[in-house]
Design a protein around this ligand. Structure first.
Ligand code: NAP
Length: 499
């Protein structure tokens, strides 16, 4: 697929005055415009309830781009493509006005009838919007029509199914782009390249050579202002059902026969089908839940989750999950994939550590050998570290751990596109590879629903980890009983040759 094509489209953003639009979508569209990936034939219609003039809307777009990127060379030209339509999405009467605006802009900018509908709003509105887009004729276009949907895609399998049925009345599966913004991250996309473009990894990428794989996605922040949302979600639905399981699928999938969307997605679906389902009392052997209590970080006393705004004082919501995921197929039988994710943890990091099996015998018995590790640093730093054993200069033949690192810094980092930028561009190009197919969503909810069903049966003993720690002790025990422990690998430590 052409990576440099200029895109022509009408982009309709529902929820255009919201946080996501301001922090992610406008800056990402600006970067595409700045790099010449959006042609002059594009227009954006922002939809939300509050009354705003086009000029006020354009000013808010400019503000968000400048505060996020600090750029303004082409900002006036960019913002002139933005239009605002004040509209309550539950009100049937104003979709016709929206349709006229869309048709006028189509003609004015020569948009070839291409339309992207981006739903950056609370999920309860997704079904209503999709139904109206069809019934009011906004999807009757001669170009493409695509629906971009933010997470969460449902709250559980039944609600996800219902939502899917609603949006499928207006859009085919090929026209639905379910966002998982982790799939836009540079190093998440790099997983398949590391695996499938290196002769030294793929032959070892199985249960004969890999002891376990660990995926950590930790945040130092608490729930902030999102208490109301988080109370109904928790870490399991907010992180595990989507981002964490997507990373597992990319690490575990078989090499696809090509990089075409359907080939990659069908391999990922096969992983989801192979994940061992856990339910009932067994859940305790595979999953650990946690909720943060108070803590002191850098002399600041941090509140417990239950004392955060809009959180129940008796809340049973988990802010931390650790799990052992088993993939029951030929390649992975017996290899645990450990995942952990949580809020108010000691560090903000997303990392994958692949631990290779020990060599059969240690000739350098003076020292215990470290296993080889392949670390994929996803954020905040981007890169790869390979932990090897090698001799130190000198007379002794001891083996010491050495690290080979590669970092996406310097020139590369300046050009590293933000996840949303890549995903918006992919959607305009019609490349759905890095969006989730319905089958992936359905299998992952099916897996996660059994865990939440078990957890709702009993009240957890919360809080069970201190703010500023790496989670509950039980998360360490989970690995210890298999003879492993979480790797506390350093941040990338490389000389940046570009500086
Ligand atoms: P938000 O800040 O609360 O924004 C919601 C938007 O919806 C506002 O523009 C609001 O504008 C509009 N709105 C609400 N009710 C409406 C109605 N009846 N008719 C028309 N417009 C209406 O939410 P957000 O943080 O941007 O999140 C949007 C979606 O993205 C959610 O599904 C969220 O889960 C997902 N998401 C967000 C982030 C993030 O970083 N923020 C990350 C991942 C996923 P008015 O009040 O003017 O109507």
């Amino acid at each position: 697929m052409d990576e440099s094509k200029k895109m022509t489209s009408l982009i309709m953003i529902f929820g255009a005055t919201g946080d996501l639009a301001k922090r992610k979508l406008f800056p990402s569209l600006y970067r595409l415009f700045d790099k010449g990936r959006l042609s002059d034939q594009f227009a954006v219609v922002g939809v939300a309830r509050r009354p705003l003039s086009n000029e006020e809307f354009q000013n808010s777009v400019k503000d968000s781009v400048v505060s996020s990127l600090g750029k303004d060379e082409k900002i006036d030209e960019f913002a002139s493509h933005f239009y605002y339509h004040s509209h309550d999405v539950t009100n049937s009467s104003s979709y016709q006005t929206l349709k006229s605006l869309a048709n006028d802009l189509d003609e004015h900018y020569g948009l070839q009838g291409n339309r992207m509908f981006y739903l950056a709003m609370a999920p309860e509105f997704f079904g209503t919007i999709a139904l109206h887009l069809k019934s009011d004729g906004l999807t009757e276009v001669k170009g493409y029509k695509r629906l971009v949907i933010e997470k969460p895609f449902g709250h559980d399998l039944p609600s996800a199914k219902k939502l899917n049925e609603q949006i499928r009345t207006a859009f085919s599966e090929e026209e639905i782009y379910r966002i998982d913004h982790y799939l836009g991250k540079e190093m998440v996309r790099n997983i398949e390249v590391i695996r499938f473009a290196n002769a030294i990894f793929e032959p070892l990428w199985n249960n004969r050579y890999i002891a376990n794989i660990q995926i950590t996605s930790s945040e130092t922040l608490g729930v902030e202002e999102r208490g109301r949302y988080y109370e109904n979600s928790g870490a399991l639905r907010d992180m595990v059902q989507n981002h964490m399981l997507q990373m597992v699928a990319l690490l575990a999938m078989e090499p696809p026969i090509s990089l075409k969307t359907e080939d990659v997605r069908s391999e990922k679906v096969r992983v989801f089908r192979s994940i061992r389902n856990i339910q009932g009392e067994e859940v305790n052997n595979y999953f650990v839940r946690g909720q943060y209590g108070e803590g002191v970080v850098e002399n600041e006393k941090l509140p417990a989750y239950r004392d955060e705004p809009m959180v129940d004082k008796e809340s049973n919501t988990e802010t931390f999950v650790a799990a052992k995921i088993m993939i029951d197929n030929f390649r992975w039988a017996g290899v645990p994939f450990y995942i952990r994710t949580g809020k108010r943890m000691a560090t903000k990091t997303t990392k994958i550590v692949v631990q290779f099996k020990d060599i059969p015998m240690n000739l350098y018995y003076q020292r215990e050998l470290n296993p080889n590790l392949l670390v994929v640093h996803i954020q905040p730093e981007e890169g790869i570290t390979l932990h090897l054993n090698a001799k130190k200069a000198g007379v002794h033949l001891d083996a010491y751990e050495e690290k080979l690192s590669f970092a996406n810094t310097g020139v590369n980092a300046m050009n590293t596109p933000e996840g949303y930028e890549k995903l918006l561009y992919d959607c305009m190009r019609g490349d759905a590879t890095n969006f989730t197919h319905w089958d992936e969503v359905a299998y992952s909810w099916n897996f996660v629903d059994k865990i939440s069903a078990a957890w709702t049966q009993s009240k957890a003993d919360y809080p069970n980890y201190e703010s500023g720690s790496m989670g509950p002790k039980a998360a360490d025990e989970l690995l210890k009983k298999d003879g492993f422990s979480w790797w506390h690998v350093d941040e990338l430590d490389v000389i940046d040759l570009c500086k």
